[in-house]
Design a binder for this molecule. Sequence first.
Ligand SMILES: [Zn+2]
Length: 168
Amino acid sequence: MSRRWPGDRQRFTLAHELGHRLLSGRLRGGIDEENACDRFAGAFLAPRSSVQFLLGKERLKIEWQELLKLKHEFGLSMLGWLMRARQCEIITDAVYTKQIKQFSARGWRKKEPGPPLAEESSQFFELFVWRAPGEGCITPSKAAELLGIPLIILQKKRLIEQHDDAPQ
Ligand SMILES: [Zn+2]
């Protein structure tokens, strides 16, 4: 997984993959698995009860500031929230289409407005990547790539650690 993806994209991708694990081979004929996994991911990250509680039963428009707040609260993109609003029948197809057009016109489908959601971080992932070159599992350059840092920085950090370990 790319470390440069915003957190909401990482979370959606992971939830979508979880959907495959759970739904593969269990869907009725005619149901597209990719669509089903997208739907699953949205519902997993923003359950219907929360969507209805936070957006209300029926809306004629949802402000982008609301979508931004919800994105940061739930880790689902603003566009994802708009889709959930339609799926939960809070907005009509016509309202959804109108808002999506505004999103596109403002370039928000490529990059959503406001501060991006921080990427997910896994301490265990980094722990194992730091350990791996020392055990000969991967090369230092592969470790640097996985950590998303330049090789020179990795080498400097490893050098500092070695100095710290050295007997005084
Ligand atoms: Zn898929």
